[in-house]
Design a protein around this ligand. Structure first.
Ligand SMILES: Cc1cc2nc3c(=O)[nH]c(=O)nc-3n(C[C@H](O)[C@H](O)[C@H](O)COP(=O)(O)O)c2cc1C
Length: 302
């Protein structure tokens, strides 16, 4: 039995082509799950390994002879791609230049973002690592300002209800019972943020999704580590940046939407899934003239 996911608990099925396998053992060395085992004269497939084959595919990718084929868990040898030549790979300076030039963009031109560009961003994001393959992250593409605005408007309306509760008598008791740090964050950030979003809605200003021409909403199945969505979103953000798009991650929407079954259904979030993070996409309306370096809270070598 393999690791459970939304498509079931079937394990991957690695098959070794013994006519070409040289028993070099690379596949077994890379298989930390212990499914592929190097024996004297062959590579053995051991399905009794603790969580069986998760179909990460590394055995196929490391085999110099192309003798390993893994199928199942949504993967097959057909998914393998040739490695890009070294001259196409970003070196540190280019990568850091991209990072430094990126900013959270909240002013967008009205320009439409072509579907092919969004598809490219998604294709690049899908190369990100995930806790256990296959992906348990889905993406909803809100393509066009009207669709993005509709989502933003519903979110601002959801904040109205949330504020009503948090600022009412029951909410005040609830706040007293919260952990000190959580209450501090609520009172210094979440409540003022909610009030600003609601106020913006009243004045016809979209402070939730900033009138972006496109937005990607990353959601996860109940089997996913939520971190997968944030990592995928980060990859998408950097891919979009490389295509000249401005981006902004939006975290103020998902938790509020998650409390509203009606809105989740209305906006196409599959039942049982958790909205995690939104990525805005669009042509930025103005350039930044400087970047910034911010130190981490701490960096300690031990
Ligand atoms: C997880 C996450 C959630 C965020 N949520 C929001 C948001 O709801 N609204 C917003 O305007 N910016 C949001 N941001 C953008 C941050 O405010 C921004 O990254 C930060 O101010 C630093 O600015 P920079 O990205 O230009 O370096 C979010 C960023 C991250 C990483």
């Amino acid at each position: 039995m393999g690791v459970i996911g939304s498509s079931g608990n079937a394990a991957g099925r690695p098959v070794i082509d013994r006519s070409t396998c040289t028993v070099c053992g690379e596949c077994a060395a890379v298989c930390v799950g212990g499914v592929l085992v190097k024996c004297d004269r062959e590579i053995r497939v051991d399905h009794s390994a603790p969580f069986d084959c998760i179909a990460c595919g590394q055995c196929m990718m490391v085999c110099p002879m192309g003798s390993v084929a893994v199928t199942g868990r949504k993967v097959s040898p057909a998914d393998l791609v040739d490695l890009p030549p070294p001259e196409l790979r970003a070196d540190f300076d280019r990568l850091e230049a991209l990072f430094l030039a990126r900013r959270s963009v909240r002013r967008f031109r009205r320009e439409h973002v072509p579907r092919e560009t969004i598809d490219k961003v998604i294709r690049a994001a899908a190369t990100a690592p995930m806790g256990v393959p296959p992906w348990e992250v889905g993406i909803l593409v809100f393509h066009g300002q009207d669709k993005v605005r509709a989502l933003a408007a519903d979110t601002a309306d959801a904040y109205v209800k949330l504020l009503k509760f948090l600022e009412g008598p029951a909410g005040r008791i609830y706040r007293k019972m919260m952990k000190k740090t959580a209450r501090e964050v609520l009172e210094s950030f979440i409540l003022p943020l909610g009030r600003a979003l609601v106020d913006g809605r009243k004045r016809g200003i979209d402070y939730v999704l900033y009138g972006a021409p496109a937005a990607l909403l990353f959601h996860t199945s109940p089997y996913s580590d939520g971190a997968d969505a944030y990592i995928a979103c980060t990859y998408a953000m950097l891919a979009a940046e490389s295509l000249g798009l401005g981006t902004c991650m939006i975290g103020c929407l998902p938790p509020v939407l998650d409390r509203r079954k009606d809105l989740k259904a209305k906006h196409g979030i599959p039942e049982g899934h958790t909205p995690r993070i939104v990525l805005l996409l669009g042509r930025p309306s103005g350039p930044f003239h400087k970047g910034i370096r911010r130190p981490f809270l701490s960096v300690k070598y031990r």
